[in-house]
Write a protein that binds this ligand. Structure first.
Ligand code: GLN
Length: 481
């Protein structure tokens, strides 16, 4: 059984053709997890019994009806900030180490309906804050392509699980790059949907105006399949969008390549800068050359406010973080159990639970966010950053009058060594320089592996709002040639 090349598409075909059963594959994936994940550390927890039971049910259904949906029995890994009813969900934070989810996230509800199988919850930076998964309170995750290196973050566990074939596909979340950058580092595909395309209900909020859940997969085609399944309006997320507009039709899965080939691609000069790593530059340029030789038309564009993206993100995001994380007061959700005897009074509960429950990076952002929202500083920082955010969005709107899709690098360099950037938060923040503008503008973007031989290097395609079909279409074209 070749788990290595097992995509959602091939898995489905194999099941329908009875080349294997759901139970056989699920067992094989768990065997691999047991041997391989010792060194990689992608999973925080697995749920083998529930997964095998589900595989049996799907096999029985397939035997009796002969029919099965495209995600039927597909073994998925889920980032540990997405709720699955009854399961421990920690966001890789000590403050939630005993928290059991009391409902399903909307994406999980949808995937359960599609009969997908959940293998377990994956490691991440605490509350999705970070770019290397080193901020997890529980364990390190190693990059399957080079064990000395980080898998990226914050969805590093999900990207590593896909890259090491310890699942067929995974879900991550992206607030400033956390799906695309780890996909880039691990050599897999990661899609950040348009803001509002996928319900955030049941996703532990980091920065609510930026967060989106999205797929991490082995192929662009799989990303399209998984995205189609999880997207759509949800009454529990008022920012989600009504699918009755027909925006997500079958064109996601069956692109009209004649139309796709006519899409004009913009290259923003602000993204091809001096500091860009040589290999990254070369790999992205080769991709551009391949697409050019296929007849795609390219045009240089300018997104002049790009240089302010990082600084406005690091005001808006912590402001939202400080508000969202206020709910973790050490009383609701979960407590650090061995603290009880040391707690003397009410304020002691808050101080000790939050003081010991949150890691350094989370505290740093709560403090920064509380500061920028405080009386007297709000106008100077938060309100100004929101205005800059509008200018960044305007840049994209203007560019999209001339072109349809934008192509850029994903990160300034490939996967770095474990420990290399932990002592310097600013170095870590710079990782997201090419991914953050997309979140600020609410656009869809995908990271796709280039054909380089060394460490994985991806390229990013950014689309117009709700035009995932364009970036997935070009991606599927690139995959076929
Ligand atoms: N690395 C970025 C940060 O630390 C993005 C995180 C994310 O997308 N969740 O904020």
């Amino acid at each position: 059984m070749d788990l290595k090349n097992l995509t959602i598409k091939k898995f489905h075909q194999g099941l329908v053709d009875r080349k294997f059963s759901a139970l056989e594959i699920t067992k094989a994936v768990f065997d691999l997890i047991k041997s391989r994940d010792k060194e990689i550390g992608a999973y925080l927890r697995t749920s083998e019994d529930a997964a095998l039971a589900k595989a049996n049910i799907v096999d029985a259904e397939l035997n009796s009806s002969g029919k099965i949906g495209v995600l039927g029995a597909v073994p998925l890994a889920i980032k540990d900030n997405i709720l699955i009813n009854g399961e421990i969900t920690t966001s890789a934070s000590k403050i939630l180490e005993n928290y059991k989810a009391s409902y399903d996230a909307t994406v999980i509800k949808k995937l359960k309906k599609s009969d997908a199988i959940f293998l377990g919850k994956t490691n991440m930076d605490e509350f999705a804050m970070g770019s290397s998964t080193e901020n997890s309170a529980f364990q390190k995750t190693r990059n399957p392509r080079d064990l000395e290196r980080v898998p990226g973050g914050s969805s590093g566990g999900s990207a590593a699980a896909v890259a090491a074939n310890m699942c067929v596909a995974a879900l991550g979340s992206d607030t400033g790059g956390s799906i695309r950058q780890p996909a880039n580092f691990c050599g897999v595909v990661g899609l950040k949907p348009t803001y509002g395309a996928v319900s955030r209900y049941g996703l532990m909020a980091m920065a609510s105006s930026l967060d989106q859940i999205g797929p991490i997969t082995k192929t662009v085609e799989d990303a399209a399949i998984l995205f189609k399944e999880i997207s759509g309006k949800d009454e529990f997320d008022s920012t989600s969008v009504n699918p009755s507009t027909g925006r997500y039709s079958d064109e996601l899965l069956n692109p009209d390549f004649e139309k796709i080939k006519k899409l004009k691609i913009g290259l923003p000069k602000e993204y091809f800068i001096k500091g860009l790593d040589k290999e990254t530059q070369k790999a992205v340029q080769e991709t551009i050359n391949i697409l050019k030789s296929q007849g795609f038309e390219f045009k240089e564009i300018s997104l002049p406010h790009t240089k302010y993206a990082l600084s406005s993100y690091y005001i808006i995001m912590p402001a939202e973080v400080s508000a969202n994380l206020a709910r973790f007061d050490g009383i609701r959700y979960s407590q650090i159990s061995n603290l009880k005897s040391q707690i003397l009074n009410l304020s002691d509960i808050y101080l000790k639970q939050r003081g010991l429950g949150f890691g350094d990076e989370v505290k740093r952002r709560i403090i920064l966010g509380t500061f920028v929202l405080s009386h007297g500083y709000y106008d100077a920082y938060y309100s100004k950053a929101q205005k800059v955010r509008r200018l960044i969005k305007n840049d994209f709107d203007k560019a999209f009058q001339d072109i349809d899709v934008i192509l850029t690098p994903v990160s300034p360099s490939p996967a770095f060594k474990i420990g290399e950037k932990t002592s310097d938060p600013l170095q870590m923040y710079l990782e997201d320089i090419f991914t953050i503008p997309v979140n600020l503008a609410g656009l869809p973007a995908i990271s796709i592996p280039t054909r380089t031989n060394g460490l994985p290097v991806g390229f990013q395609l950014i689309g117009k709002p709700f035009r995932e079909a364009d970036i997935l279409g070009i991606g599927q074209w690139y995959e076929k040639i």
